[in-house]
Design a protein around this ligand. Structure first.
Ligand code: C2O
Ligand code: CU
Ligand code: CU
Length: 432
């Protein structure tokens, strides 16, 4: 924290090496090290600044995924940081506690930069969330779980992934950059912050003993109440906070599995987005004596519904073949939509294709009003910034872009399958 109370972080994008297999070095990129980046943590109400330097041989950007902030600070393709240059965005944290993340966003190169290892978590806290007594000791009972797929040669060197329609799919997982990961816990109740930082792969997370997955928060923060699910599905860019209660000495594995029931629910993910591959994601090893946990409140927060009669503008976004949105590919020089600040918007996102996509909007947390005309299930009823869009399905989203008007600098909306994004499945909106 500097003299005027700003919380200052430093991120240096650099090339390095990582030993995913002891003694076998792979070329990777990271922030402040060889792979991934530090977890940034801030509080609602704080002013933050991130001193970004680019020590790579090529330009990149750092985008704050899920963050409400001025367009100039967003780190999208208009905020390129040249090789050897620096960039210091600053903004006020003005949103609720949530698990956000950061990653590069250079137009046409995002999949490559993320796959090489440039990504990190950005955790926000607030007073309300603290008052609930949820597990909140970072790395002890509050564990970041950054899930990525990767390819490895027989001797353990990282390889590029196989390109499918969804983008690059690797046949092995790394969690927080580690192969075959486990976490030792000494608390009865553990919170996992699961981030799908994969470039293309969608997961259906389950527990090895078949217990339900207890979901407490989605992209933009807490759900109104915990939801018990047989699996939690995350497409690239989405986050889920999950609670798990362990018994002394227990070994429990977070998996990504495709049972026939789940396959029925996730449909073509299995075929096209790598959803049918089964993985052990993370083993949780409980100590022989555990610190007891507080009771999890039955109600976590309240989420007021938007008043739909106040919708000022309805827009339609058709995701179509050839990686287009509304019949056009991304053009850095074209602003596709102009939004009036502080008004309620309805965005109808129609996936008109036969394959899944994901849809992400910068600057905002939105609510899903309907999916093909039906109310969303409880796990999709909270705050979201990225949604998995099923084939031939229409999603009605409600959102307000608040505070920051800027006629010159747009924000992005795009498919978060990063290869699709790179191909141009992205558009730009200005808030004025
Ligand atoms: Cu996570 Cu526009 O990106
Ligand atoms: Cu984003
Ligand atoms: Cu897509």
């Amino acid at each position: 924290v500097d003299a005027d109370g700003t919380r200052v972080f430093a991120l240096d994008a650099q090339a390095g090496t990582t030993e995913f297999e002891p003694g076998v070095a792979s070329d990777t990129w990271g922030f402040n090290g060889g792979h991934l980046g530090p977890t940034l943590v801030a509080d609602r109400g704080e002013r933050v600044r991130v001193d970004v330097t680019n020590s790579l041989d090529e330009p990149t950007t750092v985008h704050w995924h899920g963050m409400h902030l001025p367009a100039e600070m967003d780190g999208g393709p208009h905020q390129m940081v040249d090789s050897g240059a620096a960039w210091s965005p600053e903004w006020d944290i003005d949103q609720q506690a949530a698990t956000l993340w950061y990653h590069p966003h250079p137009h046409g190169e995002t999949e490559d930069h993320v796959a090489r290892g440039l990504a990190g978590m950005f955790i926000l806290h607030d007073e309300h969330e603290r008052s609930l007594g949820l597990p909140g000791e970072y790395g002890v009972d509050d564990i970041p779980v950054i899930v990525q797929d990767s390819g490895f040669s027989a001797d353990g060197e990282q390889e590029s992934k196989q390109r499918g329609y969804a983008g690059g799919l690797g046949d092995e997982l790394i969690v927080n950059g580690t192969r075959g990961p486990y976490v030792e816990v000494s608390d009865e109740l553990v919170r996992l912050r699961v981030l799908n930082a994969s470039t293309a792969r969608t997961y259906a997370f389950t527990w090895s003993d078949g217990r339900p997955v207890e979901l407490i928060a989605t992209d933009g923060g807490l759900l109104e109440a915990p939801v018990s699910l047989d699996h939690v599905r995350l497409s690239p860019g989405e986050r889920a906070e999950v609670l798990v209660r362990v018994t002394p000495g227990e070994r429990l594995v977070l998996q990504s599995t495709m049972t026939p029931e789940i396959a029925g629910l996730v449909g073509p993910v299995a075929a096209t987005n790598g959803g049918s591959d089964a993985f052990d994601v993370l083993e949780v090893r409980a100590a022989d004596t555990l610190d007891p946990a507080a009771v999890v409140p039955a109600q976590l927060t309240t989420i007021a519904d938007f008043d739909e009669s106040a919708v000022a503008t309805t827009r339609r976004f058709e995701l179509s073949d050839s990686f287009e949105i509304n019949g056009a590919a991304m053009d850095m020089g074209r602003i596709d939509e102009t939004v009036t600040v502080d008004t309620l918007e309805r965005w109808v996102v129609a996936n008109t294709t036969q394959v899944p996509h994901s849809f992400h909007v910068h600057d905002v947390q939105f609510r899903i009003a309907t999916i093909d005309g039906q109310a969303p299930p409880p796990e999709l009823a909270g705050w979201k910034d990225t949604i998995f869009t099923e084939p031939e399905t229409e999603y009605e989203l409600l959102m307000r872009f608040e505070d920051y008007a800027d006629t010159d600098t747009p924000y992005m909306y795009h498919c978060h399958l990063l290869w699709h994004e790179d191909q141009g499945m992205m558009g730009q909106f200005a808030v004025v």
